[in-house]
Design a protein around this ligand. Structure first.
Ligand SMILES: Nc1ncnc2c1ncn2[C@@H]1O[C@H](COP(=O)(O)OP(=O)(O)OP(=O)(O)O)[C@@H](O)[C@H]1O
Ligand SMILES: [Mg+2]
Length: 269
């Protein structure tokens, strides 16, 4: 249903994503995994239409997302849910209004119906009774769970999750991972989950895509990924510090930097 064709995204000289072909399976959970800076959020934002690609296309069926009218895009958005990497709650609104926000924006439902729907979504994430709290009064994990409830408010057909379990304690992370899995299966929802969490990603996904420096280096069902003999895949899965994936991304010599040789980055004095 959703397809990226030769998708690329450049930020200045930085290639966040190189001409990538990607196929998101309808009604399934796709996990996009990879190290920090590998292009996961960029790919998610392109697929969700939040960012314009530098090259290539995003297809929803036979419609090109980049060529869609504003009205059609708005219609499509009504069937989408999003959980952003840093929760992105609206700071001036309490928990209730944050979760109710998509319902107020997109529906004409009576407030009493909205209240029931918000209570159901908050119950799912264990936060019913916290409606009156402001985002600044929430822990990082609570904010993430509110963001999850908001993403699910409209019972979307397609949901984009950017790091839904990061910053959560293991029990809350397990609850959210199970919720994604159960809701996706029950509602035949298409879920695209960006995650560092190898355990959760492999446990819940039907299909895994592994990115490295803007390229897909492996793709397939979780078992095929686990058994991959690609050294980069195994390094990522086992969190090994040594291997083909370097920890440092610096392109200048460390010694040159420390001795302020020309061509290196200088700190402002
Ligand atoms: N708005 C932006 N402006 C400039 N560069 C950007 C921007 N967004 C992303 N990048 C760059 O694109 C590359 C990929 O970033 P991206 O956020 O997609 O990585 P990621 O895989 O989501 O990382 P993380 O796991 O740390 O969230 C990085 O080199 C990043 O610096
Ligand atoms: Mg990211």
């Amino acid at each position: 249903m959703i397809r990226g064709e030769q998708l690329s995204k450049y930020f200045g000289d930085v290639a966040a994503l190189n001409a990538t072909d990607i196929h998101i399976r309808s009604g399934k959970i796709t996990a996009i995994m990879g190290g920090s800076g590998s292009g996961k959020t960029t790919l998610l934002r392109l697929l969700a239409g939040l960012e314009q690609p530098t090259g290539g296309h995003v297809w929803y069926g036979d419609e090109d997302l980049c060529a869609m009218s504003v009205r059609r895009l708005y219609e499509l958005r009504e069937s989408m849910g999003m959980l952003f990497q840093y929760s992105a709650l609206l700071n001036s609104m309490n928990v209730y209004d944050n979760v109710a926000f998509p319902l107020h924006e997109h529906t004409q439902l009576d407030e009493s119906v909205i209240r029931t729907m918000v209570a159901m979504k908050l119950e799912q994430v264990g936060l019913r009774g916290f409606e009156h709290l402001m985002p600044s009064e929430l822990s990082g994990g609570m904010a993430k769970r509110v963001a999850f409830a908001r993403a699910m408010a409209m019972d979307p057909r397609i949901v984009f999750f950017d790091e839904p379990t990061s910053g959560l304690d293991p029990i809350s992370a397990g609850v959210i991972a199970t919720l994604i899995q159960d809701t996706s299966r029950k509602n035949r929802m298409t879920s695209i989950v960006v995650t560092h969490d190898v355990h959760a990603g492999l446990a819940i996904a039907d299909h895994v895509i592994l990115l490295w420096q803007g390229d897909i280096i492996a793709e397939g069902p979780p078992d095929a990924i686990r058994q991959s003999d690609d050294a980069r895949v195994q390094q990522f899965l086992h969190g090994r510090p040594d291997g083909p994936i370097p920890f440092s991304r610096s392109t200048t010599s460390y010694i040159d930097d420390l001795t302020h040789k020309p061509g290196t980055i200088r700190l402002q004095s």
